[in-house]
Design a binder for this molecule. Structure first.
Ligand code: ADP
Ligand code: MG
Length: 295
């Protein structure tokens, strides 16, 4: 295409709510045949709310929410914000943790009012040699079967509760995935969240079960992209989080949600200003049209 056509393509992109890093990006956009979608914050709103608190024997909701809420208040993760907000609503002001650390892809850990607190996946507890009692394991499984995310709370060497948060699928996601298919693209879901939740969300937006990659650690997301490329696919990756940045950079085309983190935006070639996944399909159609290869 002529430089003028590329410029027009770039300008039209801006009208559609797509920021294009440079005209050369249109060429890789045109060639894409596979779209890898992060789940939380990309296919879903990422704005979660605290729905349920399941307590182990002898625990109180007030103490669970105070300690878990205090720790999550220090994290930016969508799950953390839901827990902190729900806790504040139910128990009031939360203390400041004396110590806090993010455990990538697993949860958070720290010290609150002298207690060593963990909030996160069962695997985080396992790493500290803690078991989840059967009744909490059941509560977790039930929540996940409904497509919700459940995280465990432990302190001082004992599992205390399971917190259930839910995240709404964006109303535009299913339509966006239909548009990807109309363009002949294969949609793939890639998430750190658990397999049951991932499959429930995939089914709701029209992604095939064999195209779901769940429980993928942040550092391994990029490997999924690499493997797909080794199969000969030309891969677009859409994400919003710090944990997506490496995969966004590795993909043939990286698309960031404008509502996402700066790190994701910087790692990407295209930004979907409004966080609407349909704009990703529009971008690919636009690139094909601009470069004269519309099917
Ligand atoms: P995604 O790839 O869907 O954006 P992440 O890699 O950020 O998800 O997180 C994967 C999983 O790790 C979450 O589903 C949750 O179980 C756990 N997790 C991560 N951060 C936190 C946190 N701050 N609090 C509780 N659990 C967390
Ligand atoms: Mg995300």
């Amino acid at each position: 295409a002529t430089p003028t056509a590329l410029m027009v393509g770039t300008g039209r992109g801006a009208q559609l709510g797509i920021l294009i890093k440079g005209p050369e990006v249109l060429e890789s956009t045109r060639r894409v045949d596979t779209v890898v979608l992060d789940k939380t914050g990309t296919v879903t709103t990422g704005r979660m709310t605290l729905l349920d608190v399941h307590l182990a024997a002898d625990e109180t909701e007030t103490e669970v929410l105070r300690l878990a809420g205090a720790l999550e208040n220090a994290s930016e993760h969508p799950i953390a914000q839901a827990v902190a907000k729900g806790a504040t609503e139910r128990v009031g002001d939360l203390p400041d943790p004396e110590d806090f650390a993010n455990v990538e892809g697993l949860g958070v850990q720290g010290i609150v009012e002298g207690h060593a607190v963990l909030v996160g996946r069962t695997r985080l507890l396992t790493e500290w040699a803690l078991d989840l009692p059967a009744e909490l394991e059941r509560a977790m499984a039930d929540a996940e079967a409904l497509g919700r995310t459940a995280v465990a709370v432990a302190w001082d060497g004992k599992a205390r509760a399971v917190l259930v948060v839910a995240d709404a699928i964006k109303p535009t996601s299913a339509e966006a995935i239909r548009r990807f298919r109309d363009l002949g693209l294969t949609p793939i879901l890639l998430t750190g969240d658990n397999t049951t939740v991932a499959h429930t969300v995939a089914a709701q937006v029209g992604i095939d079960p064999e195209h779901v990659f769940a429980e993928v650690m942040p550092k391994d997301k990029v490997d999924v992209v690499t493997r797909l490329q080794e199969e000969g696919r030309i891969v677009a990756m859409v994400g919003d989080g710090v944990n997506d940045a490496a995969a966004l950079a590795k993909a043939d085309l990286g698309l960031a949600m404008g509502t996402g983190t700066d790190v994701a935006i910087e790692a990407s070639d295209l930004t979907l200003v409004r966080g609407d996944l349909r704009a990703a399909a529009d971008a690919i159609r636009l690139a094909r049209k601009t470069l004269g290869t519309i099917k």
